[in-house]
Design a protein around this ligand. Structure first.
Ligand code: ADP
Ligand code: GLC
Length: 483
């Protein structure tokens, strides 16, 4: 089985969130099941220089006015072929993959990701670049949403799977872009790529792909409802038989408390003592008092409405009164950033907020805190709660999407013991007062060091690797190809 995996970000080359982690780990896990995988990514600024000996394969006339070059290399740290689309006018710029350094989204994003989508399809029909042709194209999020459409346009025999990582980001643009992107006029309609008068990349993926997947079983159900469907619930209900939810795994080599190079000391589930040293080092690094009585809570997140961290800020005063500490790393909505910075000023030595993106610090917060807080309003999968499990940093999560599927909640039982299945705390409802109550339950368990250790061990022993999920993808691909 030959698979082309199309993505707009990939760890360790370019990352804004969980999609990069998934793209960096899933293809490698699939390769170990015997799949022949290639990955396709735009050559953003600096990417070619980060890769080993990129080889020019040739060029493709993707649109009337765009001829791009294709390079082949391997994903750093693996031997998986990585194809890079080189078109400097669109990709060689300062800033993020989707955003200008100051002024919001790149105005030509339809063209930038239209090109990604189109090249994926062109590599799936006989071409001058390589004899390798995929049986299946796995597209991820709106940035490759037009690929299934172009596959049809080019009459490619390859099947397509479209994975939803977050339905909130849809790639909806002014309808005029359809001319430049060479989309047929007659398909600009509800039974096509049109969505409320816009050209929608997400809609095209959901409508034209042979099969749909999303990143947890619970999110697969949720997106068929009005509350979580963002306007696509009708289409998703209609395609319910084609939609599968497969929980993400994590890269257990990159995220391993026994060997993580960013940590000052290492530990395992059977030798946990060093976790305390990692905590003390983190407290010292951030300027947190060493003598707190309560647990240290951690947050590493985009600071957006989705993540529900405004609820944590709202109850912070009551929480902090009980002696907890808080370490936050993130960036996003300016008002929320300000709210957290104000908390830091008000509680010196007890709250530390780092605004920005910092990979090494994210590992140290993951390992050095006691409880990892994720009260998301919706969460397609979420990876941090799984990093938390792996690091013995107990996740406290909302009961939604992949959080509900990956954290096994529970409470102290009538006989005073903890359930053996429990690996974290799950909020029964999603509001600030329930968050406070659930946090207090966590603080209560933390105070009993025997029980806390039991919980840490149970969390660390939960399987969060890609192994099981990669098998599910493998089976899904087989179904799609009828083999
Ligand atoms: P999402 O993709 O919705 O942002 P996920 O939980 O799936 O959420 O993945 C987020 C990823 O991005 C995790 O690997 C997390 O550690 C990382 N991350 C988020 N914010 C930061 C930050 N400020 N610094 C470093 N890493 C971050
Ligand atoms: C999206 C989602 C997140 C998920 C990630 C990887 O960014 O918001 O929940 O973990 O994709 O699938």
């Amino acid at each position: 089985m030959r698979l082309l995996f199309v993505t707009s970000e990939i760890f360790p080359l370019i990352k804004t969130g969980g999609l990069a982690d998934v793209s960096g780990a899933l293809p490698a896990a699939l390769a170990t099941t015997g799949l022949d995988v290639q990955i396709l990514l735009p050559a953003y600024r600096g990417i070619l220089a980060q890769c080993d000996a990129p080889r020019l394969l040739g060029s493709l006339q993707a649109f009337h006015d765009i001829r791009c070059e294709l390079y082949q290399t391997t994903l750093p740290g693996t031997d998986i072929p990585l194809l890079l689309i080189d078109y400097p006018a669109l990709y060689d710029r300062e800033g993020g993959p989707y955003h200008h350094p100051q002024h919001g989204e790149w105005q030509d994003n339809p063209l930038r990701f239209g090109l990604l989508s189109k090249v994926a399809a062109m590599l799936s029909v006989p071409n001058m670049l390589q004899p390798w042709l995929p049986d299946l194209v796995h597209c991820n999020d709106w940035q490759s949403g037009l690929t299934p459409y172009y596959l049809q346009q080019l009459a490619s025999p390859a099947k397509s799977l479209f994975s939803i990582h977050n339905l909130a980001f849809q790639g909806n643009f002014h309808a005029d872009w359809r001319h430049r992107l060479m989309l047929s006029e007659q398909d600009f309609q509800p039974a096509g790529y049109e969505f409320y008068g816009h050209l929608s990349f997400m809609k095209a993926g959901l409508y034209y792909a042979d099969a749909l997947a999303t990143v947890s079983p619970t999110y697969a159900k949720e997106i068929q409802t009005e509350q979580f469907g963002f306007g696509f619930q009708g289409l998703l209900q209609h395609r319910t038989d084609d939609l599968t939810g497969i929980l993400n795994g994590i890269d257990t080599q990159v995220w391993d408390p026994a060997s993580d190079p960013y940590l000052p000391a290492h530990y395992t589930s059977s030798a946990l003592a060093n976790k305390k040293l990692v905590k003390q080092a983190l407290q010292a690094e951030l300027g947190l008092h060493q003598d707190a009585t309560g647990p240290l809570l951690g947050v590493v997140s985009r600071l957006t409405h989705q993540k529900g961290l405004d609820m944590l800020a709202d109850i912070a005063h009551e929480l902090l009164a009980s002696g907890c500490q808080l370490a936050v790393l993130g960036s996003g909505e300016p008002a929320l950033e300000q709210q957290y910075l104000a908390l830091m000023r008000q509680y010196p030595g007890q709250v530390v907020v780092t605004i920005g993106y910092n990979e090494p610090l994210s590992h140290r917060i993951m390992a050095g805190t006691d409880i990892f807080v994720m009260p998301s309003r919706f969460e397609p999968c979420g990876l941090n709660q799984m990093y938390g499990l792996r690091y013995g940093t107990i996740p406290l999560v909302a009961n939604t999407g992949g959080l509900a599927d990956s954290v096994h909640g529970g409470a102290v039982m009538a006989d005073g013991t903890l359930p053996e299945t429990m690996t974290g705390l799950v909020m029964p409802e999603n509001n600030p007062s329930t968050l406070l109550v659930t946090l207090r339950q966590a603080v209560h368990i933390y105070a009993n060091s025997g029980q806390w250790q039991q919980l840490q061990k149970q969390a660390m022993r939960q399987d969060v690797s890609w192994e099981t999920s990669a098998k599910h993808y493998f089976e899904l691909y087989q179904d799609l190809l009828d083999i």
